[in-house]
Design a protein around this ligand. Structure first.
Ligand code: NAP
Length: 429
């Protein structure tokens, strides 16, 4: 593509993020031109419903047909801000095949199809930018792609879903139940009417798949990420966690090991001394460990129209600079076929909370199971006695063991006659 003083930008989607992006492009045009080295002219905007009132988008730019954006010869960069897997993936593919550069905030598409789209873009000699797909306004993809490119990255540990972090912080602060904080979060606009993607960990798994793919140069599909949400975490667990010196967070972590990439999302007890233990409310934070740089912590707002627009417009500026210099793929992505280690084989630690009959010999039975599964105990405390029911609550934390052995231990303990329930099973960082 020839160097241009004006670059045509087309948007697909003018909802929460798209309307803010349109507004920034229109109201900040002179500053953006100076920073990008070229004008970023908004030329077309596709939406689903032309009847909606859209004060921030000039009506003459609107169309209900995304193909009119993609196929418009005056558009150099297609910005996809509609969301969902299809037809968004097809639009991106069509735009790339038409040799348009693309910018997207779509984590669903980038998690499931990112490597193919990036490879296709390589063949077509165009770029795909997706900073906004992970961590909203936090500069993550460019950090992995450019700033930490000299490193062998060892591990990425992240709080990458603001909704669940907000909910867990509330449960820790006031002892509310999962159902209570979910209802509050929905009322306050921090959780969707259908909260499944957030509370069951799928949103975090998609973002982790993207981060792990870029950080380790491996194809990590979201289906390969072990995923457990926060529904089972109970208020009493926060009290015990605090006593033991931990916070409870929904942790997304990926690690490069000699056997492949480990990638998992689950509730996790995080030592209070760890930087991620104090990440509050809807904030996201990503803790990166590299062989040269050591530890890096990036923190900020992981969602919202303005932080996400910061990432989208940042991508547009970077892309415009590359186009001006007639270079592409400033940092090429390469993906090796590195295996994803099954969760059974991942070494973790765990916290068990059990309700047991309050009579002699019960603990010996439980400890026998731990011994037979070769899971060694780090601490064991009897926490509370329930007089009327003649039962007691018993909390165990373990040393590292294969996750399969920890889960087998949990099942075998739950099946013991004097055990009323294994009420909680939470991994420990
Ligand atoms: N919201 C955030 O805080 C945030 C943060 C990070 C990333 N993201 C990502 O950004 C993307 C957009 O999110 P959002 O919150 O802005 O979504 P949104 O408010 O639901 O907006 C979606 C937009 O896409 C349009 N659209 C949907 N299907 C379409 C179709 N078939 N043809 C034409 N237009 C279509 C909608 O049109 P109508 O207006 O006519 O309905 C709407 O303008 C998603 O991939 C999301 O995951 C969002």
């Amino acid at each position: 593509m020839a160097a241009a003083a004006e670059l045509g930008v087309g948007l697909i989607g003018a909802g929460t993020v798209g309307a803010e992006v349109a507004d920034r492009l229109l109201t900040w045009a002179p500053a953006l031109r100076r920073r990008a080295g070229a004008g970023l002219e908004l030329r077309r905007v596709a939406v689903r419903d032309l009847g909606k009132t859209r004060p921030r988008v000039p009506p003459e730019l609107l169309t209900a047909d995304p193909h009119q954006v993609i196929d418009d010869p005056g558009i150099d960069i297609v910005v996809e801000l509609a969301g969902g897997e299809e037809p968004a993936r097809s639009w991106l593919e069509r735009a790339i095949r038409a040799r348009k550069h693309v910018v997207t905030a779509n984590k669903v598409v980038m998690a499931a199809h990112g490597p193919e789209l990036l490879e296709l873009a390589g063949e077509m000699d165009v770029d795909v930018y997706f900073e906004a797909a992970v961590g909203g306004g936090i500069p993550l993809i460019s950090t992995f792609k450019v700033d930490l490119a000299a490193n062998q990255l060892e591990r990425v540990t992240a709080i990458i879903n603001g909704t669940t972090n907000y909910m867990l912080c509330r449960m820790a602060a006031d002892g509310s139940t999962f159902a209570q904080v979910l209802a509050d979060a929905q009322r306050e606009g921090f959780a969707e009417a259908d909260p499944t993607a957030d509370v069951d960990g799928h949103d975090a798994a998609a973002k982790l798949a993207i981060m792990a793919s870029i950080a380790f140069g491996a194809r990590v599909h979201p289906r390969a990420v072990y995923c457990e949400g926060i529904r089972a975490v109970q208020p009493v667990d926060f009290r015990y966690a605090r006593e033991l010196g931990y916070a409870i967070k929904l942790m997304a972590s990926a690690e490069r090991t000699p056997r492949g990439v480990e990638a998992r999302v689950h509730p996790c007890m995080v030592p209070l001394s760890h930087p991620l233990a104090v990440v509050d409310g809807v904030h996201n934070a990503v803790f990166i460990e590299g062989d040269l740089v050591g530890e890096v912590l990036l923190q900020g707002l992981g969602a919202g129209a303005r932080p996400t627009t910061s990432a989208v417009i940042g991508d547009l500026i970077d892309l415009a600079r590359s186009i001006q210099r007639q270079v592409r793929n400033r940092a090429p992505f390469t993906f090796d076929d590195i295996a994803v280690v099954p969760m059974d084989e991942v070494t973790t630690r765990a916290y068990f909370r059990c309700r047991v009959a309050d009579r002699p010999g019960v603990l010996a039975q439980i400890f026998t199971v731990f011994g037979e599964e070769q899971v060694s105990i780090s601490s064991a405390i009897q926490k509370e006695v329930f007089e009327g029911e003649a039962s007691a609550e018993f909390v165990v934390t373990t040393h590292p063991a294969p996750d399969a052995a920890l889960r087998r231990t949990r099942q075998r303990i739950a099946a013991l006659e004097p055990v009323r329930a294994v009420s909680s099973f939470i991994r420990v960082l």
